[in-house]
Design a protein around this ligand. Structure first.
Ligand code: GTP
Ligand code: MG
Length: 200
């Protein structure tokens, strides 16, 4: 895995939004992914913050345009601006905080109701380094994610566990989805089929 663009490859831009309860670790995950850093006392986000980072997947490159939203309830009404048109969303909760998992499920519901049905959705159970304080069982989150079509990982922005992996998995799924939807390829396939049928 490389957090950089593959030389000479085509770049695909992808809008990605992070949603989740206040203090779940959205900004910390982004800071870890984009800058490889972690700060113990990360300030609460006001409104939203923008970052970008490229990721090479095999010989293709995804350029993530990342909107790190604010978890404070007073900013809730801004969220649609960031999740509308997003190719991917990471819903974050804190494994040591059951209320943040409840909040994460509300975000998933909102995305399912108002977001784009093709959005690749991930559920990240963050602060996985604090196992002794766990309140949300991993199995419960995994089952929830499976039932709701999200992919799930426990992460730690502090130790970097699974952070690049979440973004990498999203990039992979976006590229796979793009291939499936690529009309040129479908056209070529149809032409091939026609040729096979007619023999010309
Ligand atoms: N131990 C541990 N602490 C973390 C982790 N991720 C974030 N934190 C801490 O949790 C606090 C909140 O993290 P933020 O990244 O600001 O959370 P947020 O989701 O962006 O919060 P808002 O911007 O208020 O919505 C900070 O003090 C971080 O240092 C983690 O993986 N492990
Ligand atoms: Mg934040």
């Amino acid at each position: 895995m490389a957090a950089s663009a593959a030389a000479g490859s085509k770049i695909r831009n992808a809008k990605l939004v992070l949603l989740g309860d206040v203090g779940a670790g959205k900004s910390s995950l982004v800071l870890r992914f984009v800058k490889g850093q972690f700060v113990e006392f990360q300030e609460s986000t006001i409104g939203a913050a923008f970052f970008s980072q490229t990721l090479a997947v095999n010989d293709e490159t995804v350029k993530f345009e990342i909107w790190d939203t604010a978890g404070q309830e007073r900013y809730h009404s801004l969220a649609p601006m960031y999740y509308r048109g997003a190719a991917a969303a990471i819903v974050v909760y804190d494994i040591t905080n059951a209320a943040s998992f409840t909040r994460a499920k509300k975000w998933v519901q909102e995305l399912q109701a108002q977001g784009n049905p093709n959005t690749v959705m991930a559920l990240a159970g963050n602060k996985a380094d604090m196992l002794e304080a766990r309140q949300v069982p991993m199995e419960e989150a995994k089952t929830y994610a499976q039932e709701n079509g999200l992919f799930f990982m426990e992460t730690s922005a502090k130790t970097a566990t699974n952070v690049n992996d979440v973004f990498y998995e999203i990039a992979k799924r976006l590229l796979q989805g793009q291939q499936a939807q690529n009309p040129q390829k479908i056209c070529m396939l149809q032409r091939c089929c026609r040729r096979l049928r007619t023999g010309c």
